[in-house]
Design a protein around this ligand. Structure first.
Ligand code: GCW
Length: 674
């Protein structure tokens, strides 16, 4: 989005030779995404090629040679040409570049804007070749969730204060929200929920409804809708009713009226996001109503307006009894939702975290994806690095997401990739998709670490097309962000692609979870904090053994929540992959992995290897001095240096902790016997 000038004269000449002479927008009004597309094309071409093109806003068909034409399929088909609309999914676009003529036609206005950004991405990367493509999203739900509180703080945000809220209400100056909308539109995100899922009932007071309306006004030209997180107890907390029972008529009318007020101010409100009966949040279970009763209440309220409800599956008991061997937080989602399959109305999407615990460095795909075939589903991913070093460490996460999205649940012994399940294809659901927890803040880097932006970039485009490769996405992002220098491309790529295995090496291995402190900060090593409390992120580490026994035969039964073919793999220690061994099995530290190493020796070796690789990050980055602007060079160097140092803290804490427990020395003499 910097639209930096092309530095290669030959490529620039190519751009000039093929550049049309005018931008034509069809049927646009000032607040429409097609109008935005025109402006964006103008700014982008000026930046990248240095030519200032005029924009003609056309309402009547007129002959145009040598133009960049942008509009909806309906406008285009009314006299400019013919595009077969049956080839479009909602939000899709057609991009045709033929020497001297560019056509950008969206299924809707938003699609036209996406097409404009696609064109700009191409020319920014020096690509002026002809093309004729139709691009459709894999799924309709491509949302981001912010966990911003009304007071301006951000839960699990590591990039400053909220760009949306301050002092109990919406900020006056929404300039930065508009910039964020531009950023999100460029990666084809179509809705934002700005307020925290741990929602404050005051989000629904009149002042905040008006504030949300102002946010919606700023997002609209970018084709982005706003949604709202709800506090389930709002009728009581804000409305003064004596109850928030979802089946109580006064509660139903309260929500119906609130919803009407919201849609009056924001006719295109995307809908609601609900965290209920989780981590102390109120919900329908308080009144012995089901989670479906709770979700349907909102679904009915938004239905007349075309709204949807994203209802989170992250429901579990955080006071679980650690002394009960068969207790397992990982079982909770299936236990709470499976029997309700078929009871959720069709404008509800159950939003499921990728793993059954909580954004850990490694988890198997959440079994719930394969347990509620009749229910619409979305996958929840975390761009904010809650358990992954909180933006003080850099981790390029897409390979983790891809592994989950490509995981085959083998439901009914048929191919059942998670990505096909969330797209709605596998079970013929009408809705589905992606929710990414982003937690952007006021920090000028947006996410707190310049390199972390590649995660957001990849998130948006994977929600559009989950078959894209992590490597290609990274390459494109780097090219767009730092320019064409091959040394920069190689360095950013080498560092980024090493980060995920490296972080896993120096944090939690073999599926034991991240091993960060979970009681206070979720940052830095604290393996002792996992066990002996109600949170359920247990490792069951003793002097001799480690790991959760999630087998059916002797453990929590979690393996049995997967369809039979997959269940059989996880049930059996021989067929469980090493990297999920301790997720599914409780074994002696001396248990031999398929690699031939013992579990404890693997811990020691992985931690030494991880910390060693992390030491190379700042050294590799040094090669970019004078190739990247001083500000970003210095800030990234600072954080990579911190990460390198902190990886040693991680290495020694984890290794010493398990050495103290097991009293087994490292074969290479680094831990223990010296
Ligand atoms: O892991 C927990 C986080 C909470 C978060 C919760 C959730 C918003 O530590 O901060 O609350 O997950 O996803 O609801």
């Amino acid at each position: 989005l910097r639209y930096a000038p092309l530095s290669d004269d030959k490529i620039l000449q190519q751009g000039l030779d093929t550049l049309p002479s005018v931008i034509v927008t069809l049927n646009s009004t000032k607040t429409s995404p097609v109008y935005t597309a025109g402006k964006e094309l103008q700014a982008g071409i000026l930046g990248v090629i240095g030519e200032s093109l005029n924009i003609t806003h056309q309402t009547e068909p007129a002959a145009q040679s040598s133009s960049i034409l942008v509009g909806t399929a309906a406008a285009y088909n009314a006299g400019y040409g013919t595009v077969d609309i049956s080839k479009f999914a909602p939000d899709g676009f057609w991009l045709s570049i033929q020497k001297g003529s560019v056509k950008i036609v969206g299924q809707n206005e938003r699609g036209a804007l996406y097409g404009a950004f696609e064109y700009l991405s191409r020319i920014s990367r020096g690509n002026f070749s002809d093309v004729d493509l139709i691009s459709n999203p894999d799924a309709p739900i491509r949302w981001v969730n912010q966990w911003d509180n009304l007071d301006g703080s951000i839960e699990r945000g590591y990039a400053g204060r909220s760009i949306f809220f301050w002092n109990g209400t919406v900020v006056q100056d929404l300039t930065r929200v508009a910039q964020y909308a531009r950023l999100l539109a460029s990666i084809r995100i179509n809705a934002i929920v700005p307020n925290n899922v741990n929602a404050n009932a005051n989000s629904l007071n009149n002042e905040n409804i008006e504030g949300l309306g102002r946010i919606a006004d700023v997002l609209r030209p970018y084709g982005i809708q706003v949604g709202l997180s709800l506090n389930f107890a709002s009728p009581q907390l804000l409305g003064g009713l004596s109850t928030f029972d979802p089946l109580e008529p006064s509660v139903v009318s309260w929500w119906t009226e609130k919803t009407a007020l919201l849609y009056k101010r924001i006719p295109d409100l995307a809908g609601y996001l609900v965290k209920a009966n989780s981590e102390g949040q109120p919900g329908p279970l308080t009144y012995n109503r089901t989670l479906a009763d709770g979700a349907n209440l909102f679904a009915k309220a938004v239905k007349p307006y075309g709204g949807v409800v994203l209802f989170r599956a992250f429901v579990y008991d955080h006071h679980a009894d650690w002394n009960v061997w068969t207790n397992d937080r990982a079982n909770a989602a299936v236990q709470f939702f499976k029997h309700l399959d078929g009871e959720f109305l069709d404008n509800i999407v159950v939003q499921i975290k990728y793993g059954a615990i909580d954004f850990q460095i490694r988890e198997p795909a959440n079994p719930l994806f394969a347990n509620i075939p009749k229910t619409n589903k979305a996958i929840e991913l975390q761009i904010t690095q809650e358990y992954l070093g909180q933006q003080s460490h850099f981790v390029y996460i897409p390979p983790l997401w891809k592994e989950i999205l490509d995981f085959d649940m083998r439901a009914d012994s048929k191919p059942s990739l998670v990505r096909d399940i969330v797209a709605g294809r596998r079970y013929n659901n009408t809705l589905g998709g992606y929710a990414g927890v982003v937690n952007v803040g006021t920090n000028t880097s947006w996410l707190g670490h310049h390199l972390a932006m590649s995660n957001l970039y990849a998130y948006g485009l994977l929600a559009w097309d989950p078959t894209l490769s992590s490597e290609d996405l990274l390459h494109d992002w780097t090219r767009l962000t730092f320019g064409p220098d091959p040394v920069v491309l190689k360095t950013v790529s080498d560092i980024s692609l090493a980060t995920l295995p490296t972080y896993e090496n120096y944090s939690g291995n073999l599926g034991i979870q991240t091993l960060t402190d979970i009681l206070y900060t979720h940052f830095g090593p604290n393996p002792a904090s996992q066990d002996n409390n109600g949170w359920g992120q247990w490792t069951r580490a003793t002097a001799t053994h480690i790991g959760m026994d999630r087998t059916v035969k002797n453990g929590t039964g979690n393996a049995g929540q997967y369809p039979p073919e997959v269940a059989a793999i996880f049930e059996n220690i021989e067929t469980t992959p090493d990297d999920l061994l301790l997720w599914f099995h409780h074994v002696p530290y001396t248990h031999r992995l398929k690699s031939g190493k013992t579990v404890i020796q693997h811990f020691y070796d992985a931690h030494y290897e991880g910390a060693k690789t992390a030491q190379t990050f700042p050294r590799q980055w040094e090669a970019l001095r004078n190739k990247v602007d001083v500000e970003r060079f210095t800030e990234v160097l600072f954080r990579l240096t911190y990460q390198a140092g902190h990886s040693i803290v991680w290495r020694d804490s984890i290794n010493n902790f398990y050495h103290n427990l097991s009293r087994i020395d490292d074969e290479h003499g680094r831990v223990g016997n010296h």
